[in-house]
Write a protein that binds this ligand. Structure first.
Ligand SMILES: NC(=O)C1=CN([C@@H]2O[C@H](COP(=O)(O)OP(=O)(O)OC[C@H]3O[C@@H](n4cnc5c(N)ncnc54)[C@H](OP(=O)(O)O)[C@@H]3O)[C@@H](O)[C@H]2O)C=CC1
Ligand SMILES: CC(=O)[C@H](N)C(=O)O
Length: 252
């Protein structure tokens, strides 16, 4: 059976780019996201184009009960996951700590941290059973530096940074590789989501510079996954040439 990649947040951006790249490499895919139509469109396109098999799971990674149920009902064959890409995540707002929305904070913490934990808690056990696997955690430059008004989003990505290091220690004895991929600015739906659909404000983020595109990150992930058995990429920081630090550029 072909190798299997499980990708959270596969309906757009980096996750969708990873789905395309891994499909092109002949992987069968388990794709997760909340938007069913987008998931169906991506899945059908890839099955037609690459003659692979795709399992689509419409789920909110914040809902551990539903996530556990949907993953547990996969067949044993489909639980032989070779690569887990913990990608689902978002930012909400860009406000100073004294003005931030508690609901926004909860959404970011529940998605970026707890959603990643819930998924990993299940899939890591599948990998332990097969004594192999590779977990890719999508962090951010925001997990290395804090920028003005980045507060809670940066905190969630700092948490991912710590979790990545912890997973690497805990899972090494089981022959499981763990890698953090930390992008700078990537032009996806990220900023539109951050600014709650304000496309003008989202576009302004990238004014005057050439950001990364989703495939830049997918290719970096493929590099990490395709290293020989004795090599592990622990942590990769990938920035637009135009972005020297995590400081938000042109985001007002
Ligand atoms: N773009 C950037 O500049 C950077 C992005 N990152 C990180 O990269 C990752 C991917 O973001 P990016 O591709 O840019 O953004 P997008 O908004 O394009 O994609 C985010 C993906 O996550 C999914 N998602 C969000 N919330 C949930 C949820 N509760 N349950 C399930 N899936 C969810 C979305 O699917 P759906 O809405 O269908 O559920 C979507 O597929 C995120 O973790 C982000 O923090 C890191 C650094 C920079
Ligand atoms: C600054 C970044 O590169 C990142 N997209 C973020 O918003 O944290």
């Amino acid at each position: 059976m072909s190798k299997i990649a499980l990708i959270t947040g596969a309906t757009s951006g980096i996750g969708a780019a990873c789905a395309h790249l891994f499909a092109a490499q002949g992987y069968n895919l388990i794709l997760l996201g909340r938007r069913e139509q987008l998931l169906t469109d991506v899945s059908k396109h890839l099955e037609d184009k690459y003659a692979i098999e795709v399992k689509k799971i419409v789920v909110d990674v914040r809902d551990n009960e539903d996530l556990s149920y949907r993953l547990d009902t996969l067949t044993q064959q489909w639980k032989k996951v070779d690569v887990l890409i913990n990608n689902a995540g978002l930012s909400q707002g860009l406000d100073p700590i004294d003005k931030g929305s508690i609901d926004d904070w909860d959404t970011m913490i529940d998605t970026n941290v707890k959603g990643l934990l819930y998924t990993t808690r299940i899939v890591s056990n599948w990998m332990i059973a097969q004594k192999s696997g590779h977990i890719i955690n999508i962090g951010s430059i925001a997990g290395k530096e804090v920028y003005p008004n980045g507060n809670v989003y940066c905190a969630t990505k700092h948490a991912v940074d710590a979790l990545n290091k912890g997973m690497r220690i805990d899972l090494l004895p089981h022959g499981i590789k763990v890698t953090a991929i930390n992008p700078g600015m990537v032009e996806t739906e990220f900023s539109k989501v951050r600014f709650k659909g304000d496309e003008g404000r989202a576009k302004k983020v990238y004014d005057g510079l050439e950001p990364l595109v989703a495939n830049d990150i997918a290719e970096a992930i493929w590099f990490a996954v395709s290293r020989p058995a004795h090599v592990n990429i622990n942590d990769m920081l990938i920035m637009p040439t135009a972005q020297a630090t995590g400081t938000i550029i042109n985001r007002k």
